[in-house]
Design a protein around this ligand. Structure first.
Ligand code: SF4
Ligand code: SF4
Length: 143
C-alpha cells in the first residue's frame, strides 16, 4: 500500500490524494455551536440539507459552495484551523502528524468500514429542515 499520507505534507498532495483522504464520515457536515467564552466547538446531530444521511456523502459535492454558502471547503492552507474537525478526521490526523485508523478506506480498502466501525453519522442524524433549535441537538460523537 502506498501510504502517501505518511510521506507527504497536505500541501504536497495531488488533488486525487487530497480527496481520497476524506473517509466519508459526514461529521463535518453537521451543524456545530461554538461556546462564546471558551470557543469550544460542540457538534450536533443536525445535518446540512445536502447531506445524504445514508451514504454520508454530499448530494451535490461539485456545487456545494454555491448551494450552501456556509459549506467549508477544506484546503491545505487552512491546516492551522483544522482543530474544529472531528478527532477522527483524516485531514486533522495528518495535519497533526498522526496515522489513519484501520477503518479508514485507504487502509481497509473498503468504503464501508467507516460505517461498520461506527465512526460515520450514517442513520444517526436529522435534517436541518426538521431540527428546530440546535441547542436541543448537541451530541458528543466521540463517545
Ligand atoms: S470530517 Fe473529515 S473525513 Fe469526515 S467527511 Fe468531513 S472531511 Fe471527510
Ligand atoms: S454542502 Fe455538502 S459538503 Fe457542504 S456541509 Fe453540506 S453536505 Fe457537507
Amino acid at each position: 500500500m502506498n501510504k502517501f499520507w505518511r510521506e507527504k505534507k497536505l500541501s504536497e498532495m495531488t488533488e486525487k490524494q487530497w480527496e481520497s483522504l476524506c473517509d466519508g464520515c459526514g461529521l463535518c457536515c453537521l451543524h456545530k455551536l461554538e461556546d462564546q467564552d471558551t470557543h469550544e466547538i460542540k457538534y450536533t446531530n443536525v445535518a446540512c440539507r445536502l447531506l445524504d444521511s445514508k451514504s454520508c456523502r454530499c448530494k451535490n459535492y461539485t456545487s456545494r459552495k454555491t448551494m450552501i454558502p456556509d459549506c467549508v471547503v477544506l484546503t491545505p492552507d487552512q491546516v492551522s484551523q483544522f482543530h474544529w474537525l472531528p478527532i477522527t478526521c483524516a485531514y486533522r490526523l495528518v495535519s497533526e502528524g498522526r496515522d489513519l485508523y484501520p477503518w479508514h478506506p485507504l487502509v481497509s480498502g473498503s468504503a464501508t468500514t467507516v460505517h461498520s466501525a461506527g465512526i460515520s453519522v450514517q442513520g444517526r442524524v436529522i435534517s436541518e429542515r426538521d431540527a428546530g433549535d440546535l441547542e436541543d441537538h448537541i451530541v458528543c460523537w466521540e463517545d
